[in-house]
Ligand binder design. Structure first.
Ligand SMILES: C[S@@+](CC[C@H](N)C(=O)[O-])C[C@H]1O[C@@H](n2cnc3c(N)ncnc32)[C@H](O)[C@@H]1O
Length: 308
């Protein structure tokens, strides 16, 4: 059975194998990254399922009702976290699906491990956070949800100040509760990226990131980019589905483009930052599509830049 090797992870992240830390190598070694390739009939069935989803899906990203969907979803995670004696497992969002085919290396595959997507994403986050955040004293996640990324950061960097921001209240309460119950330097704040509060100032030597959060703004990212240009954090990392990096002449990619556009996930973030670089207002440090994602799209392209 094929499996994702250390060399494959390095290729996916545009990293060198030597960059993988002990924690990263342990996360690779402790999980099952084997998978099955699909035969023609199985692949046809997956494509049919994706096409049916594209035509039947009614979710509209950024629609008014989405605010209460997020509020309720995170409130459920908060109750579960309190009910389960502050067990960090209760923070895993319900939108990470298990036991389904996923996108990997240019095709659909069937993982052996039901938590393959989550475990792959954990290897990725460990590499990303250790490589880019080590030199900063404060880290801000905008659109932090249940705080899963901040928990991983706290386990790596307990000495750093971690801030979780979200436009609904339950994530703020969750972050503050996690901080208190696990004795981490973690604080939650309410913040709407579409209407940024310029009174919320970032500390010196700070890093900013979003993880599947700008995607939710339905392309209304300009106000937040302007806020970042004004605040000038030392580094900005966005891990977001990036429709511009698919190849519309490939069936496999075309399906992801169609799903992305049907829902109305954010577009034009990468072209906008590239434009800012041309204008001398931003410096791009790295961009990489991981060639990995869930069944319908690839949500883990990273864009790393600095306001100049
Ligand atoms: C897909 S979730 C990702 C959560 C978290 N980053 C993670 O990786 O688990 C998207 C998050 O963006 C938040 N969000 C949506 N619109 C927002 C806005 N205008 N301002 C700030 N956060 C927003 C949602 O409440 C939700 O927590």
């Amino acid at each position: 059975m094929p499996e994702v090797t250390i060399a494959d992870f390095a290729r996916s992240f545009a990293a060198s194998e030597g960059e993988f830390s002990y924690e990263c190598l342990q996360a690779i070694g402790n999980s099952d990254f084997s998978y099955r390739k699909l035969d023609q009939k199985q692949r046809d069935d997956v494509i049919l399922c994706v096409l049916k989803k594209i035509s039947s899906d009614t979710q509209v990203i950024g629609a008014e009702e989405r605010t209460s969907v997020w509020e309720q979803g995170w409130a459920e995670n908060l109750s579960a976290f309190n009910a389960q004696d502050h067990n960090l497992e209760a923070l895993i969002p319900k939108f990470i699906r298990e036991n389904q085919p996923i996108r990997y290396d240019g095709d659909y595959i069937m993982p052996s491990n039901p938590r393959f997507e989550f475990d792959y994403m954990t290897v990725f986050r460990l590499w990303l956070f250790q490589k880019y955040f080590a030199g900063f004293s404060s880290i801000y996640e905008f659109g932090c949800g249940s705080g899963l990324n901040l928990v991983l950061l706290a386990s790596l960097f307990p000495e750093k100040n971690l801030y979780g921001l979200d436009f609904v209240q339950p994530p703020v309460d969750l972050i503050n509760t996690i901080g208190k119950t696990h004795n981490w330097r973690m604080t939650g704040f309410r913040f709407d990226m579409i209407n940024p509060d310029y009174n919320f100032n970032l500390a010196a030597r700070s890093a900013v990131f979003t993880f599947g959060a700008l995607e939710q703004l339905a392309s209304k990212t300009e106000s937040f980019i302007q806020y970042l240009l004004h605040q000038k954090p030392g580094i900005c990392i966005h891990v977001e589905p990036t429709v511009e990096l698919y190849d519309e002449n490939s069936l496999f990619d075309y399906l992801a483009i169609q799903f992305h556009r049907k829902r109305g996930y954010t577009e034009r973030l990468l072209p906008r930052i590239q434009q800012l670089e041309i204008e001398g207002k931003a410096k791009i440090i790295g961009v990489k599509r991981l060639n990995f994602g869930s069944l319908f799209l690839e949500g883990y392209t990273y864009i790393i830049w600095q306001p100049v």
